[in-house]
Design a binder for this molecule. Structure first.
Ligand code: RUB
Length: 333
């Protein structure tokens, strides 16, 4: 089976974080499946189905934490499998996969726009807002509020070790929003002057816990202590249906060389460096989750999951799409 090179390029870009952020990762995965549906050379519908499943496997194994990735792949694959089982010929099967990928991408972009609208209502004139990492959903809330004429300033963490906060700060500054960049460990120092924290999510669990970039939970703790509102901006495809069944979300642990350079590691072989990419913020520290369906308290996560993923437990998906992927170097919490 020779899958198109573009599929492997997308998978590699996700793995190496050239494509990053849960929403972008999901949209890239959907487009990867559409490419396979369009370009995989065969006249046999069974072979095309196997190629799609193999591509799905390649994509979900790239990064383990962003639940948007398996959710996007499931959305696209499920419609393909349904068409296959309904007797679709090869052209119809290709079309089913392509249109469901297009639908996912379209819905995903619309969801971010709605979140921007709903979230912007929570930003007030004169606010000082803190954000962490680079989340398209969180940034879109801030950009929308600014566009509506609200005037506020943003404190953006730099976000060690990959400095995604620099992307956030640059986007906000380009839009004319006053931005102050701080080191991650200064979050509590500034918290007393902050009015609201807005972050994105890689996954939302059934109990309302939010998995996001490492450091998010410490910021939430500081916000809780200082009685500062803590908002999460998350499309519903970041909610994890597996957590309804008690599965824990896998936390990606990345290369220590992202934290300290290889020379240092070689000079100090007895120092162990760990690099978890995400952490879990408990629901008690979260005031609201802003979704495209509306604003919910974290306790409403189960309701969203039932509505959006009621099909999950009874679907005809293959096993590898029904449980969390488990590549090497990951820890479960
Ligand atoms: C990105 C990150 C973002 C979420 C949400 O981590 O934690 O806050 O993915 O982003 P990484 P978005 O840089 O490791 O992918 O709102 O853009 O989906």
């Amino acid at each position: 089976m020779k899958l198109p090179d573009e599929l492997f390029r997308i998978a590699e870009d996700i793995r190496t974080m050239r494509i990053r952020g849960a929403g972008r990762i999901a949209r890239a995965a959907a487009s990867g499946l559409a490419i396979v549906a369009e370009k995989y050379e065969t006249g046999d519908r069974d072979e095309l189905k196997e190629a799609i499943l193999e591509a799905a496997r390649v994509l979900v194994s790239t990064r383990p934490t962003a639940v948007s990735l398996p959710n996007a792949v499931r959305f696209v694959v499920l419609r393909g499998l349904n068409a296959y089982e309904a007797g679709a010929d090869i052209a119809e099967l290709r079309e089913a996969i392509k249109t469901s990928a297009e639908d996912f991408i379209h819905n995903s972009k619309t969801a971010v726009e709605r979140i921007a609208e709903y979230g912007a209502r929570r930003i007030r004139d004169g606010d000082r807002v803190m954000t962490h990492c680079h989340s398209t959903a969180a940034v879109s809330v801030l950009l929308k509020a600014w566009e509506q004429g609200k005037r506020f300033e943003v404190f953006s963490t730099e976000t060690r070790p990959r400095f995604q906060g620099r992307i956030t700060a640059a986007i906000l500054a380009d839009a004319g929003i006053p931005v102050t960049m701080i080191v991650d460990s200064a979050a509590r120092f500034f918290m007393e002057s902050i009015d609201a924290v807005v972050v994105g999510a890689d996954a939302v669990a059934a109990n309302g816990a939010v998995v996001n970039k490492i450091g998010t939970s410490a910021i939430a703790l500081a916000a809780h202590e200082a009685r500062v509102n803590f908002f999460v901006a998350a499309e519903t495809y970041k909610f994890s249906p597996e957590t309804m069944l008690g599965t824990l979300i896998t936390i990606e642990e990345r290369d220590p060389a992202e934290v300290v350079d290889r020379d240092y590691l070689e000079q100090h072989p007895n120092i162990r460096v760990r690099n978890p990419a995400f952490d879990v913020t408990p629901p008690e520290y979260i005031d609201i989750i802003i979704t495209e369906q509306g604003v919910i308290p974290p306790q409403g996560a189960l309701m969203i999951l039932r509505e959006e993923f009621g099909w999950f437990t009874r679907s005809n998906l293959p096993d590898f799409l029904r449980g969390p992927p488990s590549p090497a170097h990951v820890t479960s919490y």
